[in-house]
Ligand binder design. Structure first.
Ligand code: TYM
Length: 334
């Protein structure tokens, strides 16, 4: 059976190395293996936290440009904007009626984002994972390539699919499998090896953005937090050294190899030798992506063309699924 892939990113800010290594790279692999792929820019998710209305459109186009620059081929994969497909919101409501609040309260991302004053958090932020479940189930997705931080949301999507099928005694929704693979599924901050690399961290030095130029990438790696020890010969030697482990992991993910292999090469060497090598590798891999992204961003009409075509393909799959779901639930359909 052909794999049906769906994955998405939020147009909240520039994409960073974690988004690329944890998700986008795998999207491209799956596409090139011949899977049927749907890649969305989830603008409805992006408005669950404070945002500037005037920035949303550019951010949406920039994420689409990053997908293409990172290797998503719009001829092969459907590349679309979430809000252009009404089925996402429609299905979300239907699924919300069978999702327990207790489960949503346990979502760690909600807890992180809501902070201390949970009662002031918006309903949109609280129900965010239900919209994400709708994104996935709407396309009868078999595999969802994401970073490790999305595991809990995916588990919930699986549960919701199971609840629906059980309640209505149907085999309607596909229970999706997470596809979390490769060395870069959890890229950490360059300033603190216990925090994940994130778009929202205060310090820009904590992340490498796909919009950073070669000098900036080199500077961020040079300034990345490390420890005074040389690199060990195996991964066990990195157990209590999160920052060192992170840099080795980033190297492995960029070079498409394993941490062990990186340490075979760099074991015994100091960071003053390892960091320039990492920096060269990162620039070699990321610079072409940044260049292509900038080219694409200078032709917004072309990006919009691609998004219109992608939306047509997404809509053709999504609409009948909403219809079928409503029929199963007993709605009047005319
Ligand atoms: P978002 O926009 O935060 O992140 C996009 C993707 O990047 C991955 N990621 C990371 N991977 C490794 N290391 C990191 N430091 C790192 N930071 C982010 C994320 O796991 C994700 O794969 N809720 C999702 C968006 C979403 C979605 C969906 C994803 C909405 N609907 C349906 C898949 C399917 C999110 O906030 O991703």
């Amino acid at each position: 059976m052909t794999k049906r892939i769906l994955s998405c990113m939020q147009p909240t800010s520039h994409l960073h190395l974690g988004n690329y290594l944890g998700a986008l790279k795998n999207w491209v692999h799956l596409q090139d293996e011949g899977a049927e792929c749907f890649y969305g820019v989830v603008d409805l998710h992006a408005i669950t936290q404070p945002y500037e209305a005037g920035d949303l459109l550019d951010a949406t186009r920039e994420i689409a440009a990053a997908y293409i620059a990172g290797g998503v081929d719009p001829e092969k994969s459907a590349l679309f904007v979430q809000s252009a497909i009404p089925g996402h919101s429609q299905l979300m409501w239907l699924l919300a009626t069978m999702t327990q609040m207790g489960k949503l309260e346990r979502m760690t991302q909600f807890k992180d984002k809501a902070g201390k004053h949970k009662e002031r958090a918006g309903l949109g932020l609280f129900s965010y994972p239900v919209l994400m479940a709708a994104d996935i189930l709407l396309y009868k997705t078999t595999h969802v390539p994401v970073g490790e931080d999305q595991k809990q949301h995916l588990e919930l999507a699986r549960e919701i699919a199971g609840t629906f099928n059980h309640r209505y005694d149907v085999e309607h929704f596909v229970v999706p499998e997470p596809y979390i693979t490769g060395a870069g599924t959890r890229v950490m901050s360059l300033r603190d090896g216990s925090q994940k690399m994130s778009k929202s961290a205060d310090s820009d030095m904590s992340r490498i953005n796909l919009t950073d130029d070669a000098d900036m990438i080199a500077k961020k790696i040079r300034k990345a937090k490390t420890d005074p020890e040389p690199l060990p010969g195996d991964l066990k030697g990195l157990e209590a050294r999160p920052e060192a482990l992170n840099l080795v992991t980033i190297y492995a993910a960029l070079a498409e190899t394993s941490g062990e292999k990186v340490l075979e090469e760099f074991g015994g060497k100091s960071f003053s030798e390892f960091k320039p090598a990492l920096s060269d590798l990162a620039v070699a891999k990321l610079e072409p992506i940044t260049r292509r992204m900038n080219e694409l961003m200078s032709d917004k009409a072309e990006i919009d063309n691609i998004l219109v075509k992608g939306a047509e393909r997404a809509q053709a799959v999504a609409e009948p699924v909403v219809e079928d779901t409503m029929k199963i639930m007993g709605f009047w359909r005319g």
